[in-house]
Ligand binder design. Structure first.
Ligand code: GCU
Length: 364
């Protein structure tokens, strides 16, 4: 996807090393919204859950069950990879730990759940790169448009340790990133097809809540409207939004085709989804913390393989059964429109330069 030559050209000399040890202000917040009310309020991070949830755990229940905030369905391959990880964690800690996934924003939107994780009220969760950007601004580069070439590129990068030092910056914000998944390329969807940036002119398109996402949508031709995932369906239905953008798995699982059946292959973004865990929880786990870190990293391969095996089926179901029209798009004009933004982000400081270099270095 990336126009590598022109993008790399902006990476001038300069040390390709990470220089920052943290994200700056220790009290950075992903959101100013009130914490989630359901399920999360007031529970201490003992790991033991008290609310009766559906079958959202692995097969094995540990002595301590770590709550995992997730904003989509349990059928989602990311949730399935976490549940498989849970059973391995149970086995390798002799039953001391397992994980329970709370789907559909039960523990709040991603921004809200990140705050709860920072506070240690919720143990773990899946939080997109764009939300982490609010507490660690340098993450703009790992969530920039058109910087990943393919699923294979991302898989190789996130299986490697090339960005480990970069990701470790979040530790001074109260949480650690122990695994990075992705649901694949995101595309614009609406009630009309989008073939050129001009088709998005004056259109309000929902984006995830970050500065980069707003700027990205502006570059793509539209008006970026930041919003939590849980509100998107009704906002499109009500006409507050003209559309949104997402990968085919999320688009289908969350039935967004019911309100926006034109899915246009702009392929503008592949957002990393971070498996995050509260420092407080990791600190309380003793040697088991390293077991979890290792298993989480290993689960990256599993998550990517699950997505890969499902993706074609999602496209087929969308077009054949769900009334979705998929439009092929010449992505060049969209890509070119984003080059300045990519350069500006990559060139911000030594950390963003080094991260960008790690990203491009993993491309095939
Ligand atoms: C994708 C991504 C999520 C993100 C969601 C969104 O599904 O994997 O992490 O929250 O998009 O657009 O909000």
């Amino acid at each position: 996807m990336l126009n590598k030559k022109s993008a790399v050209a902006l990476l001038l000399a300069g040390a390709m090393v990470f220089t920052m040890v943290g994200c700056g202000n220790k009290d950075n917040k992903a959101t100013t919204a009130a914490p989630a009310s359901e399920g999360a309020s007031g529970e201490a991070a003992t790991g033991e859950t008290t609310t009766g949830a559906a079958s959202n755990a692995g097969e094995k229940k540990g002595a301590t069950v770590l709550k995992y905030a997730f904003n989509q369905t349990l059928e989602n391959p990311e949730a399935q990879a976490v549940l498989a990880l849970s059973d391995k964690l149970y086995d390798e800690t002799d039953g001391r730990y397992s994980i329970e996934v709370y789907p559909s924003e039960q523990l709040g939107s991603q921004a809200e759940s990140l705050e709860l994780i920072q506070a240690g009220t919720v143990e773990m969760g899946m939080v997109s790169n764009s939300i982490i950007e609010a507490v660690c601004p340098d993450f703009a580069i790992t969530g920039a448009p058109y910087v990943y070439e393919s699923d294979a590129h991302q898989k190789k990068l996130f299986e490697s340790d090339a960005l480990d030092e970069f990701f470790a910056m979040t530790k001074d914000q109260g949480f650690e990133i122990i695994g990075v998944y992705s649901l694949g390329a995101r595309n614009v969807y609406s009630t009309f097809p989008v073939k050129t940036p001009a088709d998005l002119s004056g259109k309000k398109i929902r984006v995830m809540q970050s500065d980069t996402m707003i700027k990205m949508m502006e570059a793509l031709g539209g008006i970026g409207t930041p919003m939590a995932q849980g509100e998107v369906y009704t906002a499109i239905q009500a006409g507050t939004l003209d559309g949104a953008e997402n990968n085919i798995i999320t688009y289908t699982d969350l039935a967004q085709y019911e309100v926006a059946s034109e899915y246009s292959l702009t392929n503008h973004l592949m957002i990393p989804d971070m498996m995050v865990i509260s420092n407080t929880v990791l600190d309380s786990m003793g040697d088991d913390a390293d077991v979890l870190r290792r298993l989480a990293k290993e689960s990256v391969t599993d998550a990517f393989e699950r997505c890969e095996s499902l993706r074609d089926g999602y496209f087929e179901k969308a077009t054949k059964e769900l009334g979705v029209t998929v439009t092929e798009v010449d992505i060049k004009p969209f890509q070119e429109a984003c080059m300045e933004l990519i350069s500006e982000i990559a060139d911000r400081n030594d950390n963003t330069k080094a991260a960008y270099s790690a990203i491009t270095g993993a491309a095939k």
